[in-house]
Design a protein around this ligand. Structure first.
Ligand code: GLP
Length: 265
């Protein structure tokens, strides 16, 4: 795992965008599509802003990218603005040249949710798996919507949100936790672990405890994000506040400061 403590949100977003851009450019030379894993929530928004800026100002093209979302609420009407598919369209897809038909998410409106989950797993596999997965982290240590108690090897399935998560997400639903759907479809932890590079972003003191567990805690279903410690290529991009409870923060700073520039993330 590589932990980078960033001095600004702009530099955090630039590092994540650099990883995406490097991958896109590498794949272009090989004439192969890129498969991106996209996260919703506030954490990756500045990355999407930066990708949109590079598209407009520097010609970065996502025309040969495909994308898979991590999760989706169950039961929101098709035109609801907080469906994650609608959010990602707004925050990224419409601002770049990503083909909307190449962007997929779990179908939270399906009649047969179990079949929708199996179909989603099959679609990711058929695309050859995810090359780079952007992630946030919940204050309770969830990744995607894998809440505490999630099986560490889980696959895409139906989950129930904790009251903490409904509280945290109430800001997207008029400040009303009860308006946040209680059920979701989410990629499992086992699914996420199969992505080839994981880039997790966290900002703010509210994430400090979850980040400490993620980076320095024992692997446990109590803090689902800790399973990411098993991943061979995990990059954790933090602001100073999110990093505030890390015991070995000085070591991470030194390792980053002395890293050869050519290595990238
Ligand atoms: C959300 C999402 C996650 C996200 C997390 C943190 O509810 N399902 O994918 O990473 O919770 O959200 P935020 O980035 O808004 O803090």
């Amino acid at each position: 795992m590589e932990v980078v403590i960033c001095d600004s949100h702009a530099s955090q977003a630039r590092l994540a965008a650099d990883a995406v851009e490097r991958l896109v450019r590498d794949r272009a030379t090989q004439d192969r599509d890129v498969v991106l894993g996209l996260a919703t929530g506030s954490s990756p928004l500045a990355v999407y802003d930066e990708l949109a800026r590079r598209h407009t100002e520097e010609g970065l093209s996502l025309a040969h990218a495909r994308a898979f979302l991590l999760d989706e609420y169950v039961g929101l009407p098709a035109d609801h603005p907080e469906r994650y598919r609608a959010v990602i369209d707004r925050e990224l897809v419409r601002r770049v040249d990503l083909d909307p038909a190449a962007v997929h998410g779990p179908d939270g409106a399906a009649e047969d949710l179990t079949a929708a989950c199996a179909d989603y797993e099959a679609a990711i596999a058929a695309a050859g798996g995810v090359d780079l997965q952007l992630l946030g982290i919940g204050t309770d240590g969830h990744v995607a919507f894998n809440e505490p108690g999630s099986s560490l090897g889980s696959r895409t399935r139906l989950k129930t949100l904790t009251s903490q998560t409904r509280q945290d997400n109430a800001r997207f639903f008029g400040g009303r936790p009860e308006a946040v759907p209680p059920h979701v479809l989410t990629q499992g932890l086992g699914t996420i672990l199969e992505a080839r590079h994981l880039v997790l972003l966290a900002q703010g003191t509210a994430k400090g405890e979850a980040v400490r567990e993620l980076v320095e805690g024992a692997v446990s279903a109590r803090w689902p994000a800790t399973v990411l410690q098993h991943h061979p290529h995990l990059t954790v991009l933090l602001d100073e506040d999110a990093a505030g409870r890390l015991e070995l923060a000085d070591h991470y700073r030194e390792a980053w400061a002395t890293k050869p520039a050519w290595q990238g993330l």
